[in-house]
Design a protein around this ligand. Structure first.
Ligand code: S3P
Length: 163
C-alpha cells in the first residue's frame, strides 16, 4: 500500500515515460518528484551527454550508484524517475521503495525518440538501441515489483498504475 511516506520508483527503457508519468503521479499522490538524471546533472555541473563524452559511461554509472545509496538512506515520500540504465548497476532499488517497470513496446520507444529533441540528449539512443532494449528486459523484470504497459498517453499509463 502506498502511504505519504513511501517511495515509488519508475524504471524502464529510455523514453518509456518515467519522468512524465512520475511527475504526474507525484502531483496526484502529494509526494515529491525526483528525477535521477536531473539530480546527477546538477551535482556534476554538466549535462548527462557531457558526462558521457568527457568522463565516460563508467563515471556516470558511479554517480547512479552513489545516488541510489543516498536515496535509500535519506528519502521517503517521493516518486523517483530513474535513468534507464540504473537497474544495471544499482542492486538496492527494491529497498528504496515500490519499483514499477514502465514497459513500452520497442516501436513506441522508437517513435518517441524520433520526436524532435528526444534523442539528442540521450547518449545511448544509438545504433545498439534494439539490442540494448532486448538485453535489458530480464534485468527490468527482476528489478521490479510490478510491470505496467507504458504505451499510450501519460493519463492512460497512470490509470493502469492505479488498477
Ligand atoms: C540511460 C538512460 C538515460 C540516462 C543515460 C543512460 C540508459 O535516461 O540515464 O543517458 O542507460 O538507458 P532516460 O531513461 O531517462 O532516457
Amino acid at each position: 500500500m502506498t502511504t505519504p511516506h513511501s517511495n515509488t520508483l519508475l524504471i524502464g527503457f529510455m523514453a518509456s515515460g518515467k519522468s512524465s508519468v512520475g511527475r504526474l503521479l507525484a502531483q496526484r499522490s502529494d509526494r515529491w518528484f525526483i528525477d535521477t538524471d536531473a539530480l546527477i546533472a546538477t551535482m556534476a555541473g554538466k549535462s548527462i551527454s557531457a558526462i558521457f563524452e568527457e568522463e565516460g559511461e563508467g563515471r556516470f554509472r558511479a554517480w547512479e550508484v552513489r545516488l541510489s545509496k543516498w536515496l535509500q538512506d535519506h528519502i521517503t515520500g517521493a516518486v523517483i524517475a530513474t535513468g534507464g540504465g540504473m537497474p544495471l548497476v544499482c542492486n538496492n532499488l527494491k529497498a528504496i521503495g515500490e519499483v514499477i517497470w514502465l514497459d513500452a513496446p520497442l516501436e513506441v520507444i522508437e517513435s518517441r525518440l524520433a520526436q524532435p529533441g528526444e534523442s539528442g540528449s540521450r547518449p545511448l539512443a544509438d545504433e545498439a538501441l534494439q539490442t540494448r532494449y532486448h538485453e535489458r528486459r530480464s534485468i527490468y523484470a527482476r528489478t521490479a515489483h510490478r510491470q505496467i504497459d507504458a504505451s499510450g498517453s501519460v493519463e492512460a499509463v497512470l490509470e493502469r498504475l492505479f488498477l
